[in-house]
Structure formats: C-alpha cells, structure tokens
Design a protein around this ligand. Structure first.
Ligand SMILES: C[S@@+](CC[C@H](N)C(=O)[O-])C[C@H]1O[C@@H](n2cnc3c(N)ncnc32)[C@H](O)[C@@H]1O
Length: 443
C-alpha cells in the first residue's frame, strides 16, 4: 500500500512547541525540538528529572484545554489515550500539527527515524512501524559513515581544508567524521602512511594528489603541499589532506593549519588514531599497565642523538622507568639504543619493533635494548616501524597478536629473545591462550 502523506522539514527555531507528557517519549521529543531551536513548553503533573533540567518551561499539572495556545506544533506524549485524544482535538480545532505518541493511525503528524550526516538529513517512515524505520535508519547511517553512499555535494560553495588523521593503516581506524569528509571531498592530498585503501571508494572525478612516495621521499615539498591545499580551497574546492595517524603527532599538521590561517582559508582538524599507541596495541602491547608503568613518552628518533640538532632529553628518558615509544627510529636504532644504555637504561629492558603496524603485513620483532639494533639489522627491518621500550613489552606474550579482532595476520614473528618473566606471573590458561593466538596467526 502506498503512503500518500506529505513529507516536510520544519524550521522550529524560536517557535513555540508544546509537549504534553513528562516521561521518556516526552524527553526524546523535547530534546530534538530543543536541538532545532524551538521554544518548548512541557505540560505534565510529574516530569522526569532529566526533562526538568532542560531549558524548557514546565507546567507541572494536568493538561487543560487552551494549553496549546500560540503553539506551532504539539506532541501528545502521555501514557493516557484519553488525554492524548483531547490534546489532538484541541490541536485540530486550532490548525496546529499534533503528533500522537500512542496512536499513529489517529495522528495528524508523525516523527520519522532520523540520521544526520553533516548537511545531509535522512528521515525514514515505514507504514507506522517505528522499529522497521529505526532499523532502516541505522542501515543508512552505517552506509553514510562508511562512505558507501554518494554524499558529495554538487552545489559549489566556499572551499575549505580538512586535515584528517587517517589512523596508522587499518582503514577501520579512521574516525567517522574523517570518513565523512573524505566522502565529500573534491581533492584528496594523501600521504604515504595514510590508509590508502579508502581512496578506492572515492567518486571517479575526485582528484587524488600523492604527496609522498615513501616515509622519507616526498613527491611534494611541505611548502608545495601548503600552497596546493590553500589554492584549491581558495578556488572553492573541498580539500581533504589525508594523513597517517594523527595530524598533530609528528605530522606537520600544524604547519598546514598555519598556512590556512595565513591565507584566510576555512579549515578543520580531525584528530586521528596515532600509530604511537595503536601500533603497539595491535601487537598486544599496552603502552601503560597498572603495576608496570604509569607513564609513556612518544619520541621522534629521526636524528642521531649524538649529533647536534637533536633536542630530545635522552638523559631524562634513560633515567626514567616509563615506556618509550620511538617513531622514525629505524635509521638510528643503533645510536639511540646505545645512548639509552649509556645513560642508564638497563640493557636487558624488553623492546618490540613493530613494522607495518595494524596492516595485514604487520611484523613484530622482540628483543632487548642491548641487542635490538643487531637483531633488527639481521632481520632486515624496514620503516615504517614503531619501537617500544619497556617492561610492558612482556605483556605481548599474553595479549598479542589479537588476530581475530583486528584482522591482522602477522606474516613473520621474529622472537629473538624469549622474555619469560611476565609469563611467570600468568596463569597457565592465559599462557596457553596467547600461544594459541600466535599459532593461529602464523599458520
Ligand atoms: C612522520 S611520523 C607520522 C606519525 C603519525 N602522524 C601518527 O600519529 O602516527 C611517521 C612514523 O610513524 C610511525 N608509523 C606510522 N604508521 C605506522 C605503521 N602503520 N606501522 C609502524 N609505524 C608507523 C613510524 O615510526 C613512521 O616512521
């Protein structure tokens, strides 16, 4: 049976709406009216505390004829059908649209199940079956969040730049907001370590500019990237600068944001899941753990610590006991490990080197601070890699790799030094489970 009702969006900003009822339904209706900027009056002898706390006028009494006076919209949301019918009758007499919560068939207006996606609003009704509408709405919301629907605006407006953190590689680790902006972009300027598999879902006419071939060899200089994103935005395009991890963690996102500020370009920063935390996590290493360590430091180790220009406080890091997470450390792993041992870190401290973290090609090498440089060289370790130094690395024996959860299947697990100490405190069942996970992942 077809539906001949008339769909409509209402601008309720500053307009009076009366909600009769003080329970959960009234609360939900009031919240969405307030979101739309309506001036809401609630009428009910008793009102939920969450409802009373909202910025609404509450008449704490039974509904009376005349309560809808000056209203544009009414909600009859009591659990008493007779009261709801009276509210609907007053609304009808005064040509006010009224939604009856108890009887869709007797209602003059209906509230759809709604999902919003930036400027896109999808409202679903389905023959008076709210559960069906909600399930449909959720399916549409998921598809919108995944970027599988054509949401790219066709009307030209002012251009803008979004600096989007794409996470460390697993395409599932981008935020919902970042995913949406990507789906709406006209131009995507992408880094080597961004989750490039997401580019396959872009419309064919979206321009993709490759800003980096490898972690250290860039197609474009930073100043060329700044000029590109600014000029495209000034030309009216929606630019997404898709970066690996988080834009503000060794990502030069600050420089790109400043370029936008200088040029007067509208920009936003969408934080990302940083490799500094997510890559160890996918390898079964929490960067903090109660009873093991209370702090962790994230350090760029792209410079040899013995050379001038290195500003990292290696002395303080070596003397502390917290977890050290080193990014860009492979080129100088030898010098960095030697420096830490020289300044006081125990050479027996466990270390993990995680390459291609969160990706299907993830590889993990475990060693000690004294041996890691030689072990990594022997294993032919290549960037990108995150190096984790500290007692938390031992937890990997019990927690990693979470192959089932993450989809990561480690192709090579090089365990050069067997770190048994953590297992001593573990239950036999826990140790067996971890062993099984490793066996399953490498089979
Ligand atoms: C220029 S920094 C950018 C960091 C990024 N903004 C973040 O928050 O993850 C690049 C370094 O991050 C680390 N990295 C990024 N993604 C990685 C991954 N999937 N696996 C291992 N290391 C990664 C490596 O140390 C790499 O050299």
């Amino acid at each position: 049976m077809s539906d001949d009702r008339y769909p409509l969006m209402l601008s309720m900003a500053g307009r009076r709406a009366v909600v009769v009822g003080g329970g959960q339904v009234a609360l939900r209706r009031t919240r969405s009216l307030l979101q739309a900027g309506a001036h809401v009056v609630v009428v009910a002898p008793s009102v939920l505390p969450e409802l009373a706390e909202l910025p609404v006028a509450v008449l704490e009494r039974e509904y009376r004829d005349g309560d809808l006076s000056a209203a544009w919209l009414a909600h009859a949301a009591t659990n008493d059908g007779t009261v709801n019918a009276l509210v609907a009758a007053e609304a009808d007499r005064n040509r006010i649209w009224c939604v009856r919560a108890d009887d869709a068939g007797e209602s003059a207006a209906w509230t759809p199940a709604v999902t919003r996606h930036g400027e896109v609003t999808v409202a679903v009704t389905s023959g008076g079956d709210p559960r069906r509408s909600e399930r449909l709405r959720s399916a549409v919301a998921l598809a919108l969040a995944e970027g599988s629907l054509p949401v790219r605006p066709r009307r030209t407006g002012a251009g803008s730049v979004a600096l989007v953190g794409g996470g460390p590689g697993d395409p599932g680790l981008i935020t919902v907001h970042g995913r949406r902006l990507l789906a709406e972009a006209d131009v995507v300027v992408v880094d080597k370590l961004a989750p490039r598999s997401l580019l396959a879902d872009l419309d064919p006419d979206v321009e993709v500019v490759d800003a980096g071939k490898s972690p250290h060899a860039h197609n474009l200089t930073q100043s060329q990237i700044n000029d590109l994103i600014v000029s495209r935005a000034l030309a009216g395009q929606r630019v997404v600068r898709l970066k690996g991890g988080d834009p503000f963690v060794f990502g030069r996102g600050g420089e790109e944001a400043l370029a936008c500020v200088r040029a007067g370009v509208t920009f936003q920063v969408v934080p990302g899941v940083t490799s500094a935390i997510a890559v160890p996590a996918y390898a079964g290493i929490p960067v903090t753990h109660r009873g093991v360590t209370q702090d962790f430091s994230v350090v760029s180790a792209h410079l040899d610590p013995s050379q001038p220009g290195a500003t990292v406080d290696w002395d303080g890091l070596a003397r502390g006991t917290g977890t050290l997470v080193l990014l860009m450390a492979i080129a100088h792993l030898d010098a960095v490990a030697a420096e830490l041992v020289k300044r006081g870190r125990d050479a027996a401290t466990p270390v993990a080197v995680i390459c291609d973290g969160t990706m299907l090609t993830q590889q993990v090498l475990t060693s000690t601070l004294g041996a890691v440089a030689a072990d990594a060289a022997a294993a032919g370790v290549q960037p990108p890699a995150v190096v984790v130094i500290g007692e938390v690395v031992r937890l990997r024996e019990l927690l990693g790799p979470p192959a089932v959860e993450t989809g990561v299947v480690e192709t090579t697990v090089v365990e050069t030094t067997v770190l048994k100490a953590a297992a001593a405190g573990a239950t036999a069942a826990g140790a067996t489970a971890a062993g099984a996970a490793v066996a399953g992942a490498t089979a």
